[in-house]
Design a protein around this ligand. Structure first.
Ligand code: HEC
Length: 147
């Protein structure tokens, strides 16, 4: 394996090329700063319990649109763009089909995040965001769906 050595004031650091590869791939995740995920206040929405729904229970719900919009701004905008207009580092979520089949895919992706070949492209939000908050975001995104 390729070894690169730095000699600094008597210290010697050896790093393999894999280290650099990880550093480079992780970079997009921090492109808009390392903002900690935030819980979203979902007061005013019908509580959903522990069991995860497979379709959006808040479809077209006005309160959910409002809560989802601010929850998105706090947790997703740094990668997916302000008002969900993507700057190119993550997919434009306005383009997701607003159909029931895509509901489960959306919730699953947000809960688990996205890791490919050991690189975290999107962090998992399960444990930070409630089921209510995630469906509220889906409801807001559907309200601004673009073809
Ligand atoms: C650290 C950056 C980052 C954050 C924060 C982030 N995402 Fe992502 N997201 C990504 C990237 C990058 C992808 C594409 C991953 C891939 O290529 O596999 C993605 C993919 C997705 C997808 C799948 C899109 C598709 O078309 O298949 C959804 C849905 C999604 N994100 C929703 C969200 C939501 C909702 C939030 C906020 C709760 C969020 N993401 C926060 C970076 C992020």
């Amino acid at each position: 394996m390729l070894q690169i050595e730095f000699k600094l004031a008597g210290f010697k650091l050896a790093c393999c090329s894999a280290f650099f590869a990880i550093g480079i791939h992780a970079a997009p995740a921090f492109a808009h700063g390392d903002v900690a995920p935030q819980a979203v206040d979902t007061k005013g929405l019908e509580p959903l319990g522990k069991e995860w729904k497979t379709t959006n229970p808040y479809k077209d719900n006005k309160k959910a649109i409002e809560i989802g919009k601010s929850g998105y701004a706090q947790n997703c905008a740094r990668c997916h763009g302000l008002e969900a207009v993507s700057g190119g580092i993550a997919p434009d979520l306005r383009l997701m089909p607003p159909d029931a089949e895509t509901d489960a895919y959306f919730a699953e992706t947000v809960r688990k995040g996205r890791t490919r070949a050991g690189t975290v492209y999107m962090p998992p939000f399960e444990g930070t965001l409630s089921q209510e908050a995630i469906w509220a975001m889906r409801t807001w995104l559907n309200s601004i769906h673009t073809k």
